[in-house]
Ligand binder design. Structure first.
Ligand code: ADP
Ligand code: MN
Ligand code: MN
Ligand code: MN
Ligand code: MN
Length: 335
C-alpha cells in the first residue's frame, strides 16, 4: 500500500513569497526522501540550470486527504547542498540555536481577507459596504462573510496538529484572523506557513481566494497585520525584562532593520491611522493599540508576561520576523 505526501515549499516570488506544492506517492512506512523541482517556474532558478532540492523538515497528517496521507513542509536547497538564497528558515536556525537557552515563545496573529469575483467577500458588486464598526467579532449574515470556510480551516488545523490558538472575524467585512502559538521561533513559523497553505487550499474548494495582502482595500479600511507576540523565560518572570525587550527594539538602527523585514508595503499600512503607529517612529506602551509595541494590560498588572509587536504585515515571512525579534531582544536580555 502507499500514501500521498504533499510536499509544500516557499517560492522565490518578489516581493512576497508564495506557497507551492506537489504530490508524491510513497510506499507505506517509507521515509520522506529529498525531492527536486523546476526552480525556473518558481522564481528560484534560471531555465538553463533549473533544478532545486526539497528537504522535508516537518510532516503532519493531511486533513484534506485524511487517512495516512501527509503534508510535508520543506526547505529549499541548491543542488550543491547549500540552502537556497530564498530559504529564510535556514537563516533563522542558527539564531534560534544561539539563544535557545532564553526559551523564546511566539504567538502570531495572522489576519487575512477573502476575495471572490475580484472584491472582498461581503462587498457589494458596486460601491462599498456600511463603514467599519459592526464586523469585528460580529455575528449574523449581514456582518459575517465566509464563516463556513473559517470553521473548516480551524478544524483542519487541529487535525493536522497545528498549534492554532484561536480565530476571530476582523474589522473589515471578509477579513479574518487566526492565531498560531505560543511556540518556539521555528515551530510557530512552520505552523504558520502550513496553516496558510491549508487556508488557501480549503478556500479554493469554495471558489474563494484568501489574501494576506497588507492593505487589500485602499482608503478608510483596516489593513491586515501579523501582530507578533513574544516572550522569553525572563520576560515571563519579570517586568524588568519586558522593559529591556521594549527598549531594545527602539535602539539605534533597530527600527529600520526590523521594518525592512516586517513585510512588503509596510509604509502603506503603518500610517498612524487604523490602530497603527507610523512605520518610522518607534513607541511602546501599556494597552496602546496606537503604539509600535503594546504591553498587554494583564502583563502590567502581573508584572510579567509578553509583548506584542504590532508592526509586522500580514504578508510577512515569519522566519524573518522571529529571527529579528530573537536577535534584538535576546541579545539585549543577555547583558
Ligand atoms: P490580541 O488581543 O492582540 O488580539 P490574540 O489573542 O489575538 O491577541 O493573540 C495573542 C497571541 O499571543 C496568541 O497566539 C497567544 O497564544 C500568544 N501568547 C500568549 N502568551 C504568550 C507568551 N507568553 N509569549 C508569546 N506569545 C504568547
Ligand atoms: Mn514537468
Ligand atoms: Mn488578535
Ligand atoms: Mn487582529
Ligand atoms: Mn493583536
Amino acid at each position: 500500500m502507499s500514501y500521498k505526501a504533499e510536499y509544500i515549499w516557499i517560492d522565490g516570488t518578489e516581493p512576497s513569497a508564495k506557497l507551492r506544492s506537489k504530490t508524491r506517492i510513497l510506499p507505506d512506512g517509507a521515509d520522506l526522501p529529498d525531492w527536486g523541482f523546476d526552480g525556473s517556474s518558481t522564481n528560484q532558478a534560471p531555465g538553463d540550470n533549473s533544478d532545486c532540492v526539497l528537504k522535508p523538515v516537518l510532516a503532519v497528517p493531511d486533513p484534506i486527504r485524511g487517512g495516512e496521507h501527509k503534508l510535508v513542509l520543506c526547505e529549499v536547497y541548491l543542488v550543491d547542498g547549500t540552502p537556497h538564497p530564498t530559504n529564510n528558515r535556514a537563516k533563522l536556525r542558527p539564531v534560534a540555536e544561539k539563544y535557545a537557552a532564553q526559551e523564546s515563545w511566539f504567538g502570531i496573529e495572522q489576519e487575512y481577507t477573502f476575495f471572490q469575483a475580484g472584491r472582498p467577500l461581503g462587498f457589494p458588486e458596486t460601491g462599498f459596504p456600511a463603514p467599519q464598526g459592526p464586523y469585528y467579532c460580529g455575528v449574523g449574515a449581514d456582518e459575517v462573510f465566509g464563516r463556513e470556510i473559517v470553521e473548516e480551516h480551524l478544524e483542519a488545523c487541529l487535525i493536522a496538529g497545528i498549534k492554532v490558538s484561536g480565530i476571530n472575524a476582523e474589522v473589515m467585512p471578509g477579513q479574518w484572523e487566526f492565531q498560531i502559538g505560543p511556540a518556539s521561533p521555528l515551530e510557530v513559523s512552520d505552523h504558520l506557513w502550513l496553516a496558510r497553505w491549508l487556508l488557501y487550499r480549503i478556500a479554493e474548494d469554495h471558489d474563494v481566494a484568501a489574501s494576506i495582502d497588507a492593505k487589500p482595500v485602499k482608503g478608510d479600511w483596516n489593513g491586515a497585520g501579523a501582530h507578533t507576540n513574544f516572550s522569553t523565560k525572563a520576560m515571563r518572570e519579570s517586568y524588568d525584562a519586558i522593559v529591556t525587550a521594549c527598549e531594545s527594539l527602539g535602539a539605534e538602527g533597530k527600527v529600520e532593520e526590523h521594518i525592512a523585514g516586517y513585510g512588503e508595503g509596510i509604509a502603506d499600512r503603518l500610517t498612524g491611522l487604523h490602530e497603527t503607529a507610523p512605520f518610522n517612529e518607534y513607541s511602546y506602551g501599556v494597552s496602546n493599540r496606537g503604539a509600535s509595541v503594546r504591553i498587554p494590560w494583564q502583563v502590567e498588572v502581573e508584572k510579567k508576561g509578553y509583548i506584542e509587536d504590532r508592526r509586522p504585515n500580514a504578508n510577512i515571512d515569519p522566519y524573518n520576523v522571529t529571527r529579528l525579534l530573537v536577535n534584538t531582544c535576546c541579545e539585549a536580555l543577555e547583558k
